[in-house]
Design a protein around this ligand. Structure first.
Ligand code: GLA
Length: 376
């Protein structure tokens, strides 16, 4: 089932793109026997996911806000649930070279760029929505065009982005596509923060996480990957077997100090580049998370090479849904994406797309339940 509702109006008008000049956002609610998912056309964002625990009890497992006005502008820089792009995560020196030309993004985190632009990025745009009742599916679309003042987000190409959310049993599937008429840089992600005990239940330190990555990307003092792919073995970054998120998070470790906890990209095993010509690529199992106390779990499958784990190191004090004030580590973000700073590391998988190589990615959240372990 797909239901459409008002999500209220928001402060300043969105500055560009499909929704230019508009101030009203909408919720699209997908539901089936297993899951209820609330989506917003503001930021093509996930606003809520109700999923069952081991006894069948539902809880909303993503952090967020009750109304559109709290999402835009995103004054606390949380990017809760949003589709982030066209350049998610960090670009070193805020510059991208494409076929000999240099493009400058805003230097909004020291000398570097984070998440394109806080008030103009794709997460801050009103997308066009198209619901497909028969398939429990909603597609959000948005176009960026060079030439219109400020409308290109500093990158080349007329680009048509689409994000489709679809329910399939216990799975929420997200399909991302972007066509461009000129070579350009595209790195999209979804920035949901999960708390599998329920969004208002405090620290996620006791929740278990497995990340299927032999290697991760160490960062410098400005959170830019150094270019090294470091084996996780013997480090606090070893999540190959499930462990509590908080088990090693306070370990004396230079990388954890630089990130103030986990804020690092893992190199998901088995990545194969997609040349954009065949059928959609097949996602691989990237991570599995479980709240042992409730038995509520989720797997993340993706076609993308990287997965940024961000343990909500700076979200303390943000007032979210139902007035609940989140604490640091009150949620963990799993952001499937191309590696951060790929433009400055030619050995990283390329996020340059062209007319003959459209951007395509599939990410799935597959929810499951387990026997609850009381007191875990
Ligand atoms: C990403 C970054 C974090 C932080 C969040 C947004 O996860 O890696 O450092 O900026 O986005 O708050």
């Amino acid at each position: 089932m797909v239901e459409k509702r008002s999500f209220g109006s928001f402060g300043p008008e969105v500055p560009l793109g499909t929704g230019r000049g508009q101030r009203a956002a909408h919720l699209y609610i997908l539901s089936n026997d297993a899951l209820t998912v609330r989506l917003s056309d503001l930021g093509a964002a996930i606003v809520g996911i109700d999923a069952p625990d081991g006894t069948g009890e539902l809880a909303d497992v993503v952090l967020g806000f009750d109304e559109a006005a709290a999402y835009y502008p995103d004054s606390q820089g949380t990017y809760f649930g949003a589709t982030v792009g066209p350049s998610a995560n960090r670009v070193e020196g805020a510059t991208v070279a494409i076929e000999g030309a240099t493009y400058r993004l805003p230097a909004n985190e020291g000398a570097n760029n984070l998440h394109t632009d806080a008030v103009r990025g794709l997460h801050a745009q009103l997308w066009h929505a198209e619901a497909d009742e028969a398939r429990d599916r909603v597609t959000f679309t948005l176009e960026l065009a060079p030439g219109e003042p400020g409308s290109d987000l500093e990158l080349p190409g007329r680009r048509a982005f689409s994000v489709t959310y679809e329910l399939d049993g216990h799975c929420l599937r997200m399909t991302y596509e972007a066509a461009t008429d000129a070579p350009t840089f595209i790195n999209l992600t979804n920035h949901s923060y999960f708390n599998l005990a329920g969004q208002a239940s405090g620290s996620v330190a006791a929740q278990e996480l497995a990340v299927f990555a032999e290697r991760f990307l160490p960062i410098d003092g400005a959170s830019i990957p150094t270019g090294e792919l470091r084996p996780v073995a013997g480090t606090p970054f070893d999540f190959r077997a499930p462990k509590a998120i908080g088990r090693d998070i306070e370990a004396a470790d230079e990388q954890l100090e630089r990130g103030h906890g986990y804020d690092h990209c893992f190199c998901i095993d088995g990545y194969e580049p997609d040349d954009g010509t065949g059928g959609l690529p097949e996602p691989r199992l990237a991570a599995r998370a479980l709240d042992p106390a409730s038995g509520r779990g989720m797997e993340l499958w993706t076609t993308l090479p990287g997965l940024q784990l961000y343990t909500g190191n700076f979200i303390g004090g943000v007032a979210g849904k139902g007035g609940h004030v989140y604490e640091d580590r009150g949620g963990f973000a799993l952001e499937p994406e191309f590696y951060p700073a790929s433009p400055s590391h030619p050995a990283f998988p390329s996020a340059i797309f062209r007319p003959g190589r459209p951007y395509r990615a599939v990410t799935e959240y597959r929810f499951f339940t387990a026997e609850p372990v009381p007191g875990a």
